[in-house]
Design a protein around this ligand. Structure first.
Ligand code: TRP
Length: 368
């Protein structure tokens, strides 16, 4: 039996049972994908695990038809490895030929998190966008915009904010409640604006009717449900139903949630090799046994071991190497110390490369 858990956009608690979530939210498991997807670790290992209406995206990819990938970021705190899951997906879709729309949720941060627009801008550029570019995001076919400043072109800006306002009539209080847990004017406005984020690529002022994929953490599904509902009820517009995919949560160092407000819960992309070593050794929850003798005899548990989870999700894309580590750890042939040492090396190798690339990032090419 799994312990109790709760997943809402404002809180993730307990030991998440993903198959139960699939049923509760009414999303579908992501299965039987063509190899263009499963060549990517995120899909092959089930980190991206569920969807709504993904078939039209798989079809567009297969037939090389145009599609849009639209997602957003909440610019708070440090950019950490948990944030890479989304970034790796949009780089992946960009390579597949998708046009990218990326919203910086600075108005949502203002209204729902009490953060100033200036602070959001600084964090978005210095933490998020710079790291996206270092991780491989290209300026071609990519629009990054702030919610508070959609476009310098009047017709486009009008269309986006008009859509946000027209959507308002087509939602219920309960739908808003599912998004933020409570209703305040600021939170309602934010949920409507996120609806406009997801739907506006299909307006005639932008791409016109087109398949749009929104990859998000599973906690954001109430936003998707709300937007899909509003789009259906809004007359006079042609919207292709939104497609979405959902990824799992990567545990924080101590287990539980990786939180940008607790530096002992995450590895940041700007952490130094010494910091990474210290954090993994000191904080990374271990699935090993209390004594070496016991570990050798009974073996460790990779399923709860945070170092192993990080190798699984990010730092050991080679399946045969990962399987070998898993087997050796389970049998007690590999100790926690050895597993941590390997993980530290892999993370530091990866970060050295990203940090080098960060130095030559050209924000200008992205319009910043
Ligand atoms: N609400 C999202 C978050 O908290 C941010 C966001 C804003 C978003 N607009 C979006 C996500 C559009 C996906 C699509 O992270």
């Amino acid at each position: 039996m799994k312990k109790g858990f709760e997943v809402t956009p404002w809180e993730v608690k307990g030991d998440v049972d993903y198959s139960k979530l699939i049923k509760e939210f009414g999303v579908r498991p992501l299965q039987h994908l063509p190899s263009v997807f499963t060549d990517n670790v995120l899909f092959r290992r089930g980190i991206v695990f569920a969807h709504r209406d993904f078939a039209q995206i798989a079809d567009a990819v297969e037939k090389k038809k145009k599609f849009v990938m639209m997602t957003g970021l909440m610019p708070t705190g440090k950019f950490h490895i948990g944030h890479m899951i989304l970034c790796q997906q949009f780089i992946f879709y960009q390579k597949l030929g998708a046009k990218l729309y990326i919203a910086v949720a600075d108005l949502e941060a203002y209204n729902a998190r009490e953060q100033s627009l200036e602070e959001s801008r600084r964090i978005a550029v210095e933490e998020y966008i710079k790291n996206y570019i270092a991780l491989g995001l290209k300026p071609e076919n990519c629009e990054i915009y702030f919610q508070s400043e959609r476009s310098k072109e009047g017709e486009k800006a009008d269309a986006y904010y008009r859509l946000q306002n027209l959507l308002a009539r087509h939602a219920t209080f309960n739908e808003f409640k599912a998004v933020y847990g409570e209703i305040s004017p600021g939170k309602m406005v934010s949920a409507l604006l996120q609806g406009a984020d997801m739907l506006h690529p299909q307006l005639p002022e932008f791409e016109g009717e087109i398949p749009v994929l929104v990859p998000v953490g599973i906690d954001q599904d109430p936003h998707i449900r709300l937007a899909r509902g509003m789009a259906r009820r809004l007359k006079g517009f042609k919207f292709n139903p939104l497609s979405s995919t959902y990824h799992k949560f990567i545990p924080g160092l101590k287990g539980g949630k990786m939180s940008a407000s607790d530096s002992t819960s995450y590895i940041a992309l700007t952490d130094s090799p010494a910091e990474v070593k210290m954090k993994i050794n000191k904080y990374a929850f271990s699935g090993g046994r209390d004594t070496l003798e016991e570990h050798r005899r009974l073996g460790g548990n990779p399923d709860v071991d945070v170092s192993f989870q990080y190798l699984w999700a990010f730092f050991e894309p080679d399946d045969s190497k990962l399987n070998k580590i898993e087997r050796a750890y389970k049998k007690g042939e590999m100790t926690t110390g050895e597993l941590k040492k390997y993980t530290i090396e892999k993370i530091n190798e990866f970060l050295a490369d990203v940090q080098k690339k960060r130095k030559s990032v050209e924000l200008r090419k992205f319009g910043f």
